[in-house]
Design a protein around this ligand. Structure first.
Ligand code: DDH
Length: 289
């Protein structure tokens, strides 16, 4: 029985575009992973939001409860301390933004700056406290099939098409053996948001990797790419497959559907009355010099 998020102090004016620009400016780091903090920031926004349960109304991005030990230590969140720590200097620079707004805004910024579509974003999330932490087990397990994926995402209120669209975020980033136990990127340019994930799902031949780690797939061509069992379900499941095929052929369709589904994701569980009007967050390349 979770307490509702207490009213924070009355909202102060925040220059969200300035916050966006500061995050955009911080993304590149040649010493980190594939050279960008973008992918792990997208994963932070997703794991902060994907705990939502439409039946009880708890979980979701409101609260930023991953700051607290129970939720920070959930197995699915391993490695996200790096994303949270990366945003600390931004929070210091703009103390009036809530963590829950900051984390979701950072996800939007990363998708947009890495070449993805514009994502509608509203401000107004409030930070909760430790009592608002969600129970473990609300995020998907990577070694399961289509039924599990549906159980998890239907609980958040998504349909099959939205599930496929959201899965396309795996164009970005990689798996880390010291975080999830899995290993490798899904595509050759893991800091570029595109429909490559879907194209490779169909155009490469995938085989089970023989190794000591958890079950995952590798591409036959050069064995440098990976798919999780849950990724493969988008090809093997009859209802997921046509949508995945559409996105493999039509990047515009993917971008448009991803934008809507990701925007829905990062507002789950936030009472509408709390939210601002959509805040225009321009890509750096679209801002006047
Ligand atoms: Fe994911 N994801 N994800 N994912 N995800 C991992 C990494 C990243 C699953 C498992 C994993 C989404 C859906 C699923 C991103 C975004 C999104 C890793 C590796 C695992 C495992 C973590 C690590 O070792 O560092 C599973 C299972 C699902 C599922 O749907 C069934 C969704 C919906 C999104 C989203 O953003 C909308 C991103 C980005 C990464 C790369 C992180 C990084 O550090 O790089």
């Amino acid at each position: 029985d979770q307490r509702t998020i207490k009213d924070a102090a009355s909202p102060k004016e925040v220059d969200y575009q300035a916050v966006y620009n500061a995050i955009a400016d911080s993304l590149e780091d040649e010493k980190y992973d594939d050279g960008s903090y973008g992918p792990v920031l997208v994963r932070l926004a997703w794991h902060a939001s994907g705990t939502y349960d439409k039946n009880t109304g708890n979980g979701g991005s409101n609260g930023a409860t991953m700051r607290f030990a129970p939720e920070a230590n959930h197995g699915a969140n391993a490695g996200l301390e790096k994303a949270r720590a990366h945003l600390e200097p931004i929070k210091k620079k703009f103390p009036e933004i809530t963590y829950s707004d900051l984390w979701t805004l950072a996800g939007v910024c990363a998708v947009q700056e890495l070449g993805g579509p514009y994502i509608p974003w509203r401000a107004g999330r409030k930070d909760g406290n430790v009592e608002n932490c969600t129970p473990d087990g609300r995020l998907p397990d990577a070694d399961k099939g289509a039924d599990h994926i549906r159980n998890i995402f239907y609980r958040m209120g998504f349909n099959d098409e939205e599930i496929v669209a959201l899965s396309g975020a795996h164009a970005l980033g990689r798996c880390h053996t010291d975080r999830s136990g899995f290993d490798g990127p899904w595509q050759y340019a893991p800091t570029t948001f595109s429909n490559e994930y879907f194209r490779l799902l169909f155009d490469e031949k995938w085989q089970e990797r023989k190794w000591k780690g958890p079950p995952q797939f590798e591409n036959k061509t050069d064995k440098s790419l990976m798919m999780l069992r849950t990724d493969m379900a988008l090809v093997t499941d009859k209802a997921f497959k046509p949508t995945a095929q559409k996105y493999a052929k039509d990047e515009n369709a993917f971008f448009s559907d991803f934008s809507k589904a990701f925007s829905k994701l990062i507002h789950l569980g936030v009472p509408t009355a709390q939210l601002s009007e959509p805040v225009p967050l321009k890509k750096i390349e679209d801002q006047a010099p």
